[in-house]
Design a protein around this ligand. Structure first.
Ligand code: GLU
Length: 299
């Protein structure tokens, strides 16, 4: 069944921005008559182990807002073999570069994604054998700077240059871009609605999906929640999870109304109420859905 999805990383409780993205991705899927899947992106075992029990909270919070999903919740940590099988047919190479070496070789400003300059792409077998003695290799896919254009419901045509990005980290962990594309492909995801911070990843992921023989999904990247300084919302910004808001006497129905209002949609007590309220309207053209949402501490 064609479906949309929400795919949280279980490293901290969902904050208002994550809940808003989840509500919107559910609304996009259900309003289009699609299935809706939940996937726990728990490949980073160190970060996941540092925050035990978070996935269960996340599911409980989504259910409390009235989101429903189809089939079992998929956990990426149990799917390593699928990622290895999918990558087996790709043209890949070992990369021994440290983060620092990549940073030094690239022009990207601090914090921005640094396209890989291709340092290890042309090592000889002897050079590889030599470097293997120093450190384990990450695995990169040979994409050679192909230009890819994807279509986003709001941003329109988004053009990206695909560098030789990492498929497996040096410790063998499948990288986010590989896992997300394999899972979306195998799970039949046809619609990807997520935060605008991932818009830049879409060309890379669309390129990989095509290489792996999957349909490229439709994309809708929605506005992120930010604090008063314009920085991405974080737990340190105060009462921003269902648990902390509930301590302040703000119940789930009220949170749902605020999430709806933040996106310029009819204020509804639950996801199902919102779906009924927008049915048959051109709701996805509402500008606030796509703009950053400034969350004040008293919100
Ligand atoms: N797991 C990613 C995150 O929590 C989302 C991945 C995606 O939606 O493609 O940011």
């Amino acid at each position: 069944m064609p479906a949309g999805r929400f795919a949280p990383s279980p490293t901290s409780d969902l904050h208002l921005g994550n809940l808003r993205t989840a509500l919107l991705s559910w609304l996009f899927a259900r309003d289009a008559g699609l299935g809706f899947l939940l996937r726990i992106e728990d490949l980073d075992q160190q970060r996941v182990a540092a925050a035990p029990g978070i996935a269960a909270h996340q599911l409980a919070d989504l259910a409390a807002l009235g989101l429903d999903w189809d089939g079992p919740v998929v956990q990426q940590s149990g799917r390593h073999q699928l990622y290895r099988d999918a990558a087996a047919g790709l043209d890949t190479y070992e990369c021994f570069c440290t983060r620092r070496e990549i940073a030094e070789a690239s022009q990207a400003p601090h914090g921005a994604y640094r396209p890989y300059p291709g340092t290890c792409a042309r090592l000889t077998e002897a050079e590889r054998a030599e470097r293997r003695r120093d450190r384990p290799a990450a695995i990169r896919v040979r994409a050679q700077g192909t230009t890819v254009v994807v279509h986003d419901l709001h941003a329109g045509e988004v053009c990206g240059v695909v560098d030789d990005f990492v498929l497996f980290r040096a410790d063998g962990t499948p990288a986010y871009n590989l896992a997300v594309v394999v899972d979306d492909g195998l799970q039949g995801v046809t619609q990807v609605c997520r935060g605008a911070d991932l818009l830049d990843s879409a060309p890379r992921q669309a390129w990989l999906a095509t290489r792996l023989g999957f349909e490229v999904p439709s994309y809708a990247h929605v506005g992120l929640a930010v604090n008063r300084d314009g920085d991405r919302l974080a737990k340190r910004d105060g009462a921003v999870t269902l648990a902390t808001l509930s301590l302040r006497g703000v119940g789930t129905a009220e949170v749902c109304r605020r999430l709806c209002a933040s996106a310029g949609l009819p204020e509804s007590d639950s996801a199902a109420g919102l779906l009924r309220a927008v049915a048959g309207t051109p709701w996805s053209r509402t500008p606030a859905i796509w703009e950053p949402w400034v969350v004040r501490p008293d919100q």
